[in-house]
Design a protein around this ligand. Structure first.
Ligand SMILES: *[C@@H]1O[C@H](CO)[C@@H](O)[C@H](O)[C@H]1NC(C)=O
Ligand SMILES: *[C@@H]1O[C@H](CO)[C@@H](O)[C@H](O)[C@H]1NC(C)=O
Length: 403
């Protein structure tokens, strides 16, 4: 019994190693993080296709996510995605530049177009070799003021990158930079010199069919994107016009957004987007109001206590606990009373609430919310007005919803 098992062992090993040698993708189990089920659409994909998009959306990696993000969440995740990508490539010395919709976003306001759900970059052929040789499946952990919870980003190189031919239609994406939390990713394509191009020397071809004369791409220009150093093609305007037509560079109403030339922001005009943004604003407002209500309650309680001081024993520990610090008896006060009065003291300050300076170029909607909220915090009078307005809005919305 035992012997026969031992004898069959070499056979088992042979089978196992044969499976390992077979060229395959990095499957769910080899990279899984928190998900229980693989949501990539691999089963429907042709055998030779390396990257699999998810079953729920083509711009999510189904190994890492099972749902789409909301408008704001996605915007933030995409911003973090490109920032971490650009920073990493700069660190490891990989030449990369913005392309396609990402370059168009740069053209307008140096930011990702808010209706986009992916980003596009290109690399040179030597860069993709380098990445494939040293960084395939490398996970980079980022914990920054912008990503306080910490996130892992993975560099994955398509083994078919070594096939330079445009006929390899299943593998036009040479690599991906994947957010292993949201499943969002950046498509990385290679611009390769094409020695057989009919237009002669200096032509670059990508497997996705895009072609450029190298003088349009190089020398790359240095710029910023999403607040991070980035590079763009030398003749970015011509490149954009060739891909999107002149109109895309001037049309200020697009994809349910309007470009606000003062704020340099694409503002959603589409109802769905507004509702999304508004819900968040309402949440914030409600929170601020809740804080103030608590504050008032504490004050009322204190006043009540002072009124009853004659009859009630103040030494009762339960009564003293909720007293706000600024209203404690003068005797043990460490700080002088603030000139703004007690109302403001307990509120979170503006500085507490604001993101770090480099992140302050928040979209206009957010800026508006911020203003509204700060106003709310400033004075009880204004707060009441805002509250009433919010209630009116909600009422209108309710009525609108009924229709
Ligand atoms: C990268 O690693 C994955 C997972 O091991 C593998 O499937 C893929 O072929 C590798 N890519 C390259 C370029 O070697
Ligand atoms: C070179 O350019 C020609 C013409 O566009 C194209 O058919 C061919 O696929 C390109 N070759 C490579 C390696 O990209």
């Amino acid at each position: 019994m035992r012997l026969s098992w031992l004898l069959s062992l070499p056979a088992v090993l042979t089978v196992a190693s044969a499976i390992a040698i077979e060229k395959r993708d990095a499957d769910f189990l080899s990279v899984r993080t928190k998900m229980h089920k693989d949501m990539s659409g691999r089963r429907g994909d042709p055998k030779d296709k390396y990257f699999h998009e998810s079953v729920f959306h083509p711009h999510y990696d189904g190994r890492f996510a099972d749902h789409q993000l909301g408008y704001r969440e996605r915007k933030q995740a995409l911003s973090n995605l490109i920032q971490t990508y650009l920073a990493t490539m700069s660190d490891i010395g990989v030449e990369t530049w913005l392309m396609h919709g990402t370059l168009l976003g740069w053209w307008w306001n140096r930011k990702i177009l808010p209706w986009d759900s992916d980003s596009d970059v290109q690399v040179s052929e030597s860069s993709i070799h380098y990445l494939a040789s040293y960084y395939n499946m490398t996970v980079f952990h980022y914990k920054t003021p912008r990503i306080p919870e910490g996130r892992d980003y993975m560099m994955e190189i398509n083994p078919h990158y070594s096939n330079r031919e445009q006929t390899d239609k299943l593998n036009v994406i040479d690599a991906r930079w994947v957010d292993t939390t949201s499943g969002l990713f950046i498509d990385i394509t290679t611009a390769r010199y094409n020695s057989t191009h009919p237009s002669g020397e200096g032509m670059l071809s990508c497997k996705d069919g895009h072609e450029y004369r190298d003088t349009y791409i190089f020398p790359l220009r240095e710029t910023f994107f999403e607040g991070t150093p980035a590079k763009i093609p030398f003749a970015y305007k011509e490149v954009l016009e060739a891909e999107y037509k002149q109109k895309a560079l001037t049309l200020v109403d697009f994809e349910g957004h309007h470009f606000d030339e003062d704020k340099l922001e694409w503002i959603p005009v589409n109802k769905k987007y507004i509702a999304d943004a508004k819900n968040k604003a309402d949440e914030k407002k409600a929170k601020a109001q809740e804080e103030q209500k608590k504050e008032k309650l504490a004050q009322d309680k204190k006043a009540e206590e002072q009124k009853n001081q004659g009859q009630q024993a103040l030494s009762e520990p339960g009564k003293q606990a909720p007293v706000a610090p600024e209203q404690q008896p003068e005797t043990n006060q460490a700080e002088p009373p603030k000139p703004d009065g007690p109302q403001v003291v307990k509120q979170p300050t503006k500085a507490d609430q604001l993101p770090p300076p480099e992140q302050q170029n928040v979209d206009a909607q957010k800026a508006k919310e911020e203003e509204a909220r700060i106003a709310t915090l400033k004075a009880g009078e204004e707060e009441r007005k805002v509250k009433e307005a919010a209630e009116r809005e909600q009422e209108q919305e309710r009525q609108g919803g009924k229709r």
